[in-house]
Design a protein around this ligand. Structure first.
Ligand SMILES: N[C@@H](CCC(=O)N[C@@H](CS)C(=O)NCC(=O)O)C(=O)O
Length: 319
């Protein structure tokens, strides 16, 4: 049985394994008609990887998930390649750079890029911290690469494959030339790797980002269709939730009603600035001398069933 990868092809985590397979000379077949958000939610898929994420590799001997583990597995399929170096110390250093690229580069890049690609809320302070940590890592990598062509030894190893796939997302989507030119040795290293035939065969034609993309409102996560609507709504509103009273109710025909009540005379400016969707709601100042409004507010805070004459399926009240 051939090795079968369950994933979309254009996924940097899948590329790690596909590039390693080119070096090792093994065939990895992509699962037919894999549709993200559908195939990865089936019971069969969840049996292979209970978290429902891709990539997953099906081998004749069993399943491997987690992209670094899959790439390691493929790299070990042939012992006569240098993907793991040629000594114990080289092996240790390859593992060191794999961890560095995952934990010091990929995680910060991902935090920076997510809200700008429509996959998460944008929080200015979080972004600032992610960029600072990313720059610190790139600076260290840049210093190392002053005197090195490859991360370990004199040939491409698995560390270069994983580092390059992680940097690729940054170069492609968010790190424009104005950003990367601060790290000239990283740039030289990255383009050297990208132009290796085994890399370019898998990555194909693409261009470096021209600018940092603007923040876009998060799309609902296309991969978590089953997720409760309330969770999605409140996932988007964590800042608001921290300083307001509110309730979310789901009635019998599955409409979601959101009631939010801010303390104080007005909505704080930083909430308006940080929460992109604040202006999509209608905000009305409560007039406490109006008995009807007072009762409405009391109802929001005190109970959730029934509300405004509707029977509820579910309700949450945050105070
Ligand atoms: N640590 C995992 C991360 C995998 C991952 O985040 N995969 C994304 C696509 S790149 C996914 O399957 N997302 C679906 C989801 O979050 O439900 C790995 O390296 O394999």
């Amino acid at each position: 049985m051939a090795l079968v990868m369950h994933s979309r092809k254009n996924n940097k985590n899948t590329y790690k394994a596909l590039i390693a397979a080119e070096y090792v000379g093994v065939e990895v077949k992509l699962a037919d008609d894999f549709e993200m958000g559908v195939a990865n939610l089936t019971p069969e898929f969840l049996k292979m990887n209970p978290i429902g994420k891709v990539p997953v590799l099906e081998t004749p001997d069993g399943i491997v998930f987690e992209s670094n583990a899959i790439a390691r597995y493929i790299a070990r399929l042939k012992t006569d390649t240098c993907l793991f170096g040629s000594s114990l110390i080289e092996y240790g250093q390859i593992e060191q750079w794999i961890d560095f690229s995952s934990l010091e580069i990929d995680s910060h890049l991902f935090t920076w890029a997510r809200p700008r690609l429509g996959f998460g809320n944008h929080l200015a302070l979080v972004e600032e911290a992610a960029i600072a940590s990313l720059k610190r890592a790139l600076d260290a990598l840049n210093t190392y690469l002053v005197a090195h062509t490859f991360l370990v030894g004199d040939e491409v190893t698995l560390a270069d494959i994983i580092m390059t796939c992680n940097l690729y997302i940054g170069f492609k989507y968010i790190m424009a030339k104005t950003f990367t030119s601060e790290f000239p040795h990283v740039e030289r290293y990255f383009w050297t790797m990208i132009n290796q035939p085994n890399f370019s065969k898998i990555l194909g034609e693409w261009k470096q980002a021209e600018a940092v993309p603007p923040v876009v409102p998060p799309k609902t996560n296309p991969y978590s269709k089953g997720k409760n609507e309330q969770e999605k709504v409140f996932g988007r509103c964590s800042i608001q939730r921290a300083i307001l009273f509110g309730s979310v109710t789901t009635n019998t025909i599955s409409f979601v009603t959101i009631n939010k009540l801010f303390r104080g005379p007005e909505i704080p400016k930083f909430v308006m600035d940080e929460c992109y969707d604040m202006e999509l709601y209608e905000w009305t100042k409560v007039d406490l001398s109006d008995e009807a409004q007072k009762e409405h507010v009391n109802k929001m805070i005190e109970d959730h069933e029934p509300f405004e004459g509707e029977a509820l399926l579910d309700a949450k009240c945050f105070k």
